[in-house]
Design a protein around this ligand. Structure first.
Ligand code: PLP
Length: 436
């Protein structure tokens, strides 16, 4: 880390808890101190000390067009001239809603909020109100924002009622959350038995990104939908990451599924704060002011976020963009896999579309239990090796890396070359230390 970043981090820690406004930014999972970023352009970011990196974090997903995309900047500048917020309906909100409804198969009506967390929190309230039930089933390793009743993960009681993962989450709320194992229908069935007739909803990242990327096995999501319907509970797809990333229709478009509710965020705000939830008309009709379920926001549908979102979706509507993302990402996967094999570093690369994770020391990862076995020290070495070579990967094993439309084929080749050198260095260290 450069001098200026070091100084900024020290100043930041005096007034901001841990020096960061979201924990993963502190790099605790990989050691060292974070670089402070100052500027981004295309697939590159530049830190406060003037070092430039090829970025595979992409603001954790929103920047599918890359940093400072000209049409997004133009849209925000145009909107900015008219004012920053009104707390009243504005015309652009209709266009963004129309695009979402037109693209995401199950969404007939959509409400805009300010973050993914707000989206999942509101979707849960709505599901509980609609069904008149309280319990919710989530999957270990899936993250849905820092909503109280969703900050519950597996722990030793993986297939039974959850325990809070953070102090401050009341036990009574955590007890309303059941935790099943992803890609494991038996664990889902056991949770359904536990919940009896009180299951309001199942919430799932259709392709989880938050235990690292873990693709669903064929039929898993379909059977989840069948079982949820049979129980009269609602199925909520958290597509905050996958929405408009895995295709124009998100994960549900790719799998041909229609959840009852869908949560969105990230890409639909083009890098500005946003979230959304939408779905069945009869369910959405329960929301105030039409129905009794209260949900509101001073800055919801903010003109700048909406303008950036529309500009982003307009670019994604163009032909072949998702094919281009797939080609780039497939080449990167293949190149990383080949480099790791040649250098004798055991990795498992999980990729779905333009999101991927390189897991170290495991053969396959199909759920959070498998992910927990990954060699996080090896990941930290990989992260540091790539950073030194000018490539910015997620500072944790349990995150997705993202390819954007601003990553060129040449950039991908340079990344593969840097990874090969990093893997070689890791192998030399292992040989020298005599540790596996
Ligand atoms: N849902 C998923 C799948 C996420 O990955 C995230 C954040 O990364 C959220 C919800 C929460 O979104 P936000 O950070 O905008 O509150």
């Amino acid at each position: 880390m450069g001098e200026i970043s070091r100084k900024l981090f020290s100043e930041a820690r005096r007034v901001i808890p841990g020096g960061v406004n979201s924990p993963v930014r502190a790099w605790k999972a990989v050691g060292g101190e974070p670089v402070f970023l100052q500027r981004g352009r295309g697939c590159h970011v530049t830190d406060a000390d003037g070092r430039t990196y090829t970025d595979y974090v992409c603001s954790w997903g929103p920047l599918i067009l890359g940093h400072a995309h000209p049409s997004v900047l133009r849209a925000v500048q145009d909107a900015l001239r008219d004012g920053t917020s009104f707390g009243a309906p504005t015309a652009r909100e209709i266009e963004l809603a129309q695009k979402i409804v037109g693209a995401v198969p199950s969404v007939r009506s959509v409400r805009l909020v300010n973050s993914g967390t707000e989206a999942t929190m509101s979707a849960l309230r709505l599901a509980r109100a609609f069904t008149g039930r309280t319990k919710v089933l989530k999957f270990a390793g899936c993250y849905h924002g820092h909503v109280d009743s969703l900050l519950v993960a597996a722990g030793s009681g993986a297939m039974t009622f959850g325990v809070p993962e953070s102090p401050g989450v009341p036990e009574v709320l955590a007890r309303e959350t059941l935790v099943a194992r992803f890609n494991d229908l038996e664990s889902v069935d056991r949770c359904f038995e536990e919940a009896g007739s009180d299951l309001a909803a199942v919430i799932v990242e259709p392709v989880p990104a938050n235990m690292g990327v873990v693709p669903p096995e064929p039929g898993f999501l379909e059977k989840l939908q069948e079982r949820t319907r049979a129980r009269g509970a609602l199925l909520i797809f958290d597509e905050v990451v996958t929405g408009f990333r895995l295709g124009w229709g998100g994960a549900q478009g790719r799998f041909g599924l229609e959840p009852d509710l869908t949560c969105l965020g990230k890409i639909i705000g083009g890098g500005l704060p946003v979230g959304a939830f939408g779905g069945r008309r009869d369910v959405m009709a329960q929301l105030a002011p039409v129905g009794p379920v209260y949900q509101a926001g001073t800055l919801s549908g903010n003109p700048l976020s909406v303008a950036a979102g529309i500009a982003t979706l307009r670019a994604l509507e163009q032909p072949r963009v998702y094919d281009q993302l797939e080609e780039l990402s497939a080449r990167l996967e293949q190149g990383l896999r080949g480099a790791a094999r040649e250098e004798g570093v055991p990795v498992c690369i999980n990729r779905f579309g333009s999101m991927f994770t390189v897991f170290f020391g495991v053969d396959r990862v199909r759920n959070a239990d498998d992910a927990a076995k990954a060699d996080t020290r090896a990941y930290a070495r990989f992260f540091r090796g790539m950073l030194e070579r000018g490539f910015y990967f997620p500072p944790s094993q349990f995150e997705a890396a993202f390819v954007s439309l601003a990553h060129s084929a040449d950039e991908i080749e340079l990344t593969i070359r840097a990874a090969r050198d990093t893997f070689a260095e890791m192998r030399r260290e292992v040989t020298r230390d005599g540790t596996a």
